[in-house]
Design a binder for this molecule. Structure first.
Ligand SMILES: NC(=O)C1=CN([C@@H]2O[C@H](COP(=O)(O)OP(=O)(O)OC[C@H]3O[C@@H](n4cnc5c(N)ncnc54)[C@H](OP(=O)(O)O)[C@@H]3O)[C@@H](O)[C@H]2O)C=CC1
Ligand SMILES: O=C1OC[C@@H](O)[C@H](O)[C@H]1O
Length: 355
């Protein structure tokens, strides 16, 4: 019997996404491709870290310390960074300096320039690095990629229309919320617009990263209180395909938030959150063909599905790879550069852009 790849995780930050990630790592999954252990929690205070351990039902012996303690913990193989965007750079650089592999939440950084610094540091140190864009690893997306791009079952793809909008009640949030403050990298595009942008990258272009099909970017932004409440992006590919990408923090998405329009039919993708697609259906232009519908369970016993990216990372590291083929570093840079261009046209500036 071959043993599965294994990773010992150090978690930085005890907030919302760290709690999802840690609960997924602990799920008992028969089909798991790797095994995971959370060995250390880094939190801004010992009390917060201990509460996190209790809430996540981690063993009481799990190490709790400062972020620095966790970067330098001898049992930790890989650091997961679950901090607001603006803290990703410093955290990733410290983890890399300590010789750890890194999985950093999306967006990898506020702009492309900052992520390039991290990529250079990881390459110099020879450690694994990836942006935690979990969408790229979901079975629903992999199945549609195979169906649309590899088998070309619906013929030529013409256009993608994709949205992630969520009424965050922004005016009721405290000014120092990561969802509201420009200083914390808030705004629709970076927080949620990155998902429909990723959908379009994954489903419209069969090339990735440095090899991508060239596209022109047009963006408009509605800015209030120094953050984008609403952003719309149009990508025009060299071969005339288009992606229309919308995001907003003061309206809500429809259940079917993504449409892939093709020569022979249209794919509609839906779910409660555009970061977590749970079903697709295909309407064929030939009406004699019955609609195809497929569901991919999530939540509860199925967890969030963050384990797909975690397993992929474990397999890469066991194989000695320092980046992942579905989420390579140049592709994260491309997405960040695209968002930089949209913000340049839309007028949204973050403090990191001026550094
Ligand atoms: N993949 C996904 O589906 C999701 C990804 N994300 C990404 O994860 C990251 C974190 O998001 P989320 O978990 O919602 O964030 P939280 O607001 O829950 O904050 C996470 C942690 O960051 C630290 N932190 C928060 N605010 C500050 C501050 N002002 N100054 C210093 N430290 C702070 C705290 O760490 P401590 O506990 O140590 O005090 C906090 O627990 C973001 O980059 C976001 O884009 C978020 C949600 C979903
Ligand atoms: O990545 C995300 O997806 C879900 C939202 O709740 C969150 O704000 C965002 O960071």
């Amino acid at each position: 019997m071959t043993t599965k790849p294994h990773l010992n995780w150090g978690i930085i930050g005890s907030g919302q996404i760290s709690s999802w990630f840690v609960s997924d790592l602990q799920l008992d999954r028969q089909e798991a491709k790797a095994t995971h252990k959370v060995v250390a929690i880094g939190a801004s205070s010992h009390t917060k870290g201990s509460k996190f351990i209790e809430a996540q039902k981690l063993p009481k012996t799990t190490f709790v310390g400062s972020y620095d303690d966790v970067y330098n913990h001898p049992d930790v193989d890989i650091i997961y960074i679950g901090l607001p965007h603006v803290f990703h750079k410093e955290s990733a650089l410290k983890a890399i300096a300590a010789g750890k592999h890194v999985l950093v939440e999306k967006p990898a950084t506020v702009n492309a320039k900052d992520f390039k610094v991290i990529v250079d540091a990881a390459r110099a140190k020879g450690v694994f690095l990836m942006e935690a864009m979990w969408l790229r690893f979901r079975p629903l997306i992999l199945e549609l990629k195979e169906l649309l791009l590899k088998r070309k079952q619906l013929g030529v793809i013409h256009r993608i229309i994709a949205d992630f909008s969520w009424d965050m009640n922004i005016d009721q949030l405290p000014d120092d919320s990561r969802l509201k403050s420009n200083k914390l990298g808030a705004g629709a595009l970076l927080d949620i617009g990155i998902y429909p942008l990723t959908f379009s990258r994954v489903l419209l272009d069969d090339k990735i990263g440095k090899d991508h099909t060239p596209f022109k970017v047009t963006g408009v932004q509605t800015i209030h209180n120094d953050v984008d409440y609403m952003t719309t992006v149009v990508l025009l590919y060299e071969d005339q395909k288009q992606a229309v990408i919308t995001s907003s923090i003061y309206t809500d998405s429809q259940f079917e938030y993504l449409r892939v329009e093709c020569e022979k039919g249209t794919v509609f993708i839906g779910g409660d959150m555009a970061s977590l697609p749970t079903q697709y259906r295909i309407e064929f232009k030939d009406k004699s063909k019955p609609e195809v519908k497929k569901s991919f369970p999530a939540h509860g016993q199925y967890g969030w599905g963050l384990y797909y990216e975690a397993d992929a990372v474990a397999i890469d590291i066991a194989a000695g790879r320092t980046e992942n083929v579905l989420c390579p570093l140049d592709e994260s840079i491309l997405v960040l550069e695209t968002m930089d261009e949209v913000r340049k046209q839309g007028g949204l500036v973050y403090p990191q852009d001026k550094e």
